[in-house]
Design a protein around this ligand. Sequence first.
Ligand code: HEM
Length: 368
Amino acid sequence: MTKTTEARGSLPLPPGSFGLPLIGETVSFLRDRNFVNNRQKKYGPIFKTHIMGRPTVFMTGAEANRFILSSHMDRFSWREGWPDTFKELLGESLFLQEGAEHQRNRKLLMPAFHGKALGNYLSVMERMTQNYLQKWERLGSFTWFPEFKQLTFEIASFLLIGSEPGEETTQLSQWFTELTDGFFTVPLRWPWTTYGRALRARDRLLVHIEKAVLHRQQEPAQDALGLLVQSRDEEGNRLSMQELKVQALLMLFAGHETTTSMLTSFCMALAQHPDVWTRARAEQQKLAGDGSLTMEQIKQMTYLEQVLREVERLYPPVGGGFRCAIEPFEFNGYYVPKGWQITYRIPETHQDSRIFSQPEQFDPDRFK
Ligand code: HEM
């Protein structure tokens, strides 16, 4: 049913609409939460549109994901796939790298995100979370999302670049908000536009990160950036200053936006399902002990793991990702030309009743 092909033959392009000249369907894509859902219902698992200045194909469902992310992954480019705004704002980081370069950098970044290093981060996470718990108790009533955004950013910026909570981290967080506002916007570069502000924020963040790198180069440290500065591959190669800066920027971005969304959904789900909350809490009381948490204790929290997986399934923090077709291909009887932007999707597969029975229900026991 699916194959890559050089010839279009009699195959049609996927159904769908390119929308208006120039802007295509970009405005609906950015504003309409049901953009994909409505079109998937109308056209099926593959449809075409025109967003962010490019002809684009959305592919939904498990088969499409397998095709893009696994069986035919080498036919798709990461770098050419992500919108230009991502390329410019996140720079040449892991997110956009591919092939040998990607493999090399993943290896070099690994020491900061592996076994022992993760264990070392726990005490910081615990200390900062305790402070927030006390604050939340005092507040009594508050909104989870901004609180988690602040907490996860404080943890990420302390662990990655050693920035203590306070004025400096608040400033970094403000620049980050400006940076992320720039991903899905019209790339007009004037100082007063959203994109112009995003570029300025990126530059300021990079200057800040550079200072942190220089500091680690002079005084070796065991935090994530310190480990990245010391990291070497088998041939003794290390990450350059430019690489260290953009990879750290990516980590800060990738690490806190996603976890903020997930933690918020987690709290919402627990509040909506007191039975789940009671079981999760009982497990914590049994396994957490009185002292500091260890990785071994966390690994034993199997019910918590089930709950988190169900949160990720029902409320995926990331909706999908972009690729670019390096060569034409056929999928589901449709022809997709070379150079088109491809979007894989996460939520639609998680809602597929052939894979998850009663997919609309929150049920951690499905991951028993
Ligand atoms: C609930 C939490 C998270 C979710 C749902 C999530 C989701 C994702 C997804 C879907 C991708 C693939 C993007 C693509 O190639 O199309 C990705 C990549 C990535 N994420 Fe996360 N992420 C999470 C947490 C984190 C954290 C905590 C970090 C770092 C501290 C991180 C760092 C990265 C990096 C570096 C990549 C690029 C990996 C590569 O291309 O080799 N993520 N993430």
